[in-house]
Design a protein around this ligand. Structure first.
Ligand SMILES: Nc1ncnc2c1ncn2[C@@H]1O[C@H](COP(=O)(O)OP(=O)(O)O)[C@@H](O)[C@H]1O
Ligand SMILES: [Mg+2]
Length: 281
């Protein structure tokens, strides 16, 4: 069932001139803290996302990625620290933040009973864009869904659904989009489809905060990678900067750059795959 309250939160009607263009930092997080009872998930997170860039928030299952995204989407209140999006504080100005963003990923808002086109038109109407049908058709074309536009989403592949979900999040031209594990649960073909779509978004100048537990995904898509581990960003930078943390491995006669996986494992001490059951201090 569709939750209209959630939809309105995720897709509010935009306000003209809502963008605070003076600020070149799309997302700024300082000392962010969040606990669930005595589980201290975020323990002082600092993060900057420049306008027009793709930043991957990389962390194992249970690291707190969705918690971060929910705070940045104003769906969850932090316990301490500050976070601003598009120049607006998530606690003091949540409505302005919601007008600046869209969120997609782990909980897709796509309604399987409706067709792809109907889903897009519904969101376009919620966001009060002019000519919702024209907008929907342009997005269907752009995301390779034109042929499937009249089919119920229940008949779509995982990759098609995820592409539709991302298309929905672009309606109304949000300044910042959050993709929370956009390829988790997809087969390899679906992953490649979504990767292509995210790449296109970046080329179009949208700011993207992407969460992922896949190193190859971060490596492939992100301008910068921030590693969230045990409640904090333990390191961040471009892939090249992260590579400098490790000397190139000499394998026989061939000098080889370390992979992001090797860097990640070296930084987190080989605990990368221990998952959400990991004991927290
Ligand atoms: N509403 C909640 N109540 C209690 N614990 C939660 C809640 N949401 C998440 N958690 C716990 O917080 C930790 C971080 O969760 P989450 O942010 O979803 O991580 P990720 O998205 O990186 O997998 C996990 O251990 C998870 O079980
Ligand atoms: Mg998550």
């Amino acid at each position: 069932m569709l939750d209209l309250g959630l939809l309105l939160t995720l897709y509010p009607p935009p306000r003209r001139g809502a963008m605070n263009t003076a600020d070149q930092t799309a997302i700024r997080v300082r000392g962010l803290r969040k606990s669930y009872k005595d589980l201290h998930v975020l323990r002082g997170v600092d993060l900057d996302v420049a306008r027009g860039s793709i930043v991957a928030l990389l962390g194992s299952n249970g690291a707190g990625k969705t918690t971060m995204v929910r705070i940045l989407a104003t769906l969850l209140k932090p316990d301490g620290g500050t976070a601003s999006v598009n120049g607006y504080d998530v606690v003091a100005e949540p409505e302005r933040v919601r007008e600046s963003i869209s969120l997609t990923g782990q909980f897709a808002a796509v309604d399987a009973i409706l067709t792809g086109r109907e889903n897009l038109v519904m969101i376009a109407k919620l966001r009060q864009v002019a000519e919702p049908r024209t907008v929907a058709d342009a997005l269907l074309e752009r995301f390779g869904l034109a042929d499937a536009a009249g089919r119920r989403v229940s008949t779509y592949s995982g990759g098609m659904r995820r592409r539709l979900d991302i298309a929905m999040s672009l309606i109304g031209d949000p300044a910042v989009i959050y993709l929370d594990e956009p390829t988790t649960g997809l087969d390899p073909e679906g992953r490649l489809e979504v990767w292509q779509v995210v790449q296109d978004l970046a080329d179009g100048g949208t700011t993207v905060l992407l969460t992922t537990q896949y190193l190859d995904e971060a490596e492939k898509l992100a301008d910068r990678i921030a590693i969230l581990h045990e409640g904090a960003i333990i390191t961040s930078g471009t892939l090249a900067e992260l590579r400098e943390l490790l000397p190139p491995a000499k394998v026989e006669y061939v000098e080889r750059q370390p992979t992001l996986e090797e860097i990640f494992l070296s930084i987190v001490g080989g605990k990368a795959t221990s998952g959400s059951e990991e004991e927290r201090r």
